[in-house]
Design a protein around this ligand. Structure first.
Ligand SMILES: Cc1ncc(COP(=O)(O)O)c(C=O)c1O
Length: 423
């Protein structure tokens, strides 16, 4: 259905971080030859990480005035008033000073209370660190364990940034893909375990998953935990969509099967469930003996998240359940709308996810999801995420975030339909 219709992807859109084009080898200044140290000014990892083409396309889409962007993982609802109110109050009371590096003790306690109430697990506060976003929590987790060249086996498709963060921390990513079947995405655990070698330091798993909405079962979480424990491998579990399960209160968690000393980091965030993407607030749960390592990292990183934002976080955890419920209702209604379109449009294949708020669908005949993403922006003013950004083997997929108001979604689906029918 979709071939490379033409080669309209402008070279200037896809350049390396240093401004050079991908195909051109770096030009060498002969004068530099006598100063070998000056030649390689930036860290090598910037080369291996490569340019983030998806991020470039996102910026490109946002630069077009009438383009609808459903390429980012956030909805159109602003943070609810009761959360903003707590932060406004903190600001007006002068809570503008440095906080404790690992977070306000009240917030760490509130996170522990939240886990006890919603997850029925008891986490001591010394295992909890408040971070400046889920992204920041992943950084700390990986920086505390990776030596240069350590292998990290990542279940894909996966949010692109997690691969970049691993590489930035010196790790080497080994991708292990899930499969899309008729009834949903599946992960072959035996094969996953077989792909771990003696150099594997960590398993990186996002559950519920961005982009597929797949959720690891409790049984599989238990098996992975036992395997990792036996092999001395770390588990980095990104559970930022843990409350975004459509038909349940929460997804199974790695915390359900771990003890205080297991090599487990769980990443979480206020961004998704409480509509707080711009706050940059999250948390990290690690083993008991990680506390001082994380504390050191924070000390030399950013000295902890903004103090006043943390008061908003406390309020979100204390009184956010009704809001989460209303978000879920909206996601499910939106998903019904998406599925109705997908079923009608030949050439698109998607299985209904039971978590998160992404439609990750296969486009028959698509050879290059970056090109296709750009064509969508240029031809119908719709910006989605290219599947290739989520790992090898997903070149014929696109991701659409449907956590938006119904009108925006309806208009986006119409634009997608127009594009597909024209192709
Ligand atoms: C799997 C996953 N982890 C982490 C994040 C980042 O969360 P935060 O906004 O807290 O950095 C995202 C954002 O899209 C995500 O999809």
């Amino acid at each position: 259905m979709f071939t490379n219709r033409d080669d309209r992807m402008s070279n200037s859109l896809f350049t390396n971080n240093d401004g050079s084009s991908h195909s051109s080898s770096s030009t060498q200044d002969p004068q530099m030859e006598s100063f070998p140290l000056s030649r390689n000014m930036y860290r090598n990892c910037f080369k291996t990480m490569g340019a983030n083409k998806a991020a470039e396309l996102l910026r490109y889409g946002k630069s077009k005035p009438d383009c609808i962007s459903l390429a980012q993982g956030e909805g159109t609802l602003p943070t609810p008033d009761f959360i903003c109110g707590a932060t406004n109050k903190a600001l007006s009371e002068g809570k503008t000073f440095y906080s404790f590096g690992a977070g306000l003790p009240e917030l760490r306690q509130e996170i522990a209370t939240y886990y006890s109430r919603i997850y029925n697990v008891q986490i001591p506060t010394n295992r909890i660190t408040v971070t400046s976003s889920g992204t920041n929590a992943v950084h700390y987790a990986l920086l505390s364990i990776l030596e240069e060249g350590d292998e990290v086996v990542a279940v894909t498709p996966i949010w692109k940034n997690l691969i970049g963060i691993t590489e930035l921390a010196g790790g080497h990513i080994v991708e292990f893909p899930m499969m899309q079947g008729e009834r949903g995405w599946t992960l072959d655990l035996d094969q996953l375990f077989a792909s771990c070698s003696s150099s594997t330091k960590a398993l990186l798993i996002v559950t519920p998953n961005n982009p597929t909405g797949w959720t690891m079962s409790a049984q599989d979480i238990k098996r992975v935990t036992e395997f990792a424990r036996e092999r001395g491998i770390w588990i980095i579990a990104d559970e930022v969509y843990g409350r975004c399960v459509h038909n349940d209160v929460r997804a199974p968690s790695f915390l359900d099967y771990s003890g205080d000393d297991d090599r487990l980091y769980v990443i979480n965030s206020f961004s998704k469930s409480w509509a707080m993407t711009g706050w940059r607030l999250g948390w990290l749960i690690g083993p008991a003996d990680a506390e001082d390592k994380i504390r050191d990292l924070i000390l030399y990183e950013n000295m902890g998240p903004p103090t006043f934002n943390q008061y908003g976080g406390i309020e979100a955890l204390r009184h956010g359940e009704d809001f989460i419920k209303s978000q879920k209702e909206m996601w499910v209604q939106n998903l019904d709308q998406v599925m109705a379109h997908m079923d009608r449009l030949s050439g698109l294949k998607m299985v209904r996810p039971d978590s998160a708020f992404y439609a990750f669908f296969k486009v028959e005949g698509c050879k290059n999801s970056y090109d296709l993403t750009k064509q969508l922006i240029d031809e119908v003013g719709l910006s989605l995420s290219p599947g290739a950004a989520f790992g090898n083997g997903f070149q014929d997929y696109l991701r659409m975030c449907f956590a938006v108001c119904p009108d925006t979604l309806a208009e986006s689906l119409d634009r997608l339909e127009k594009f597909i029918k024209k192709a």
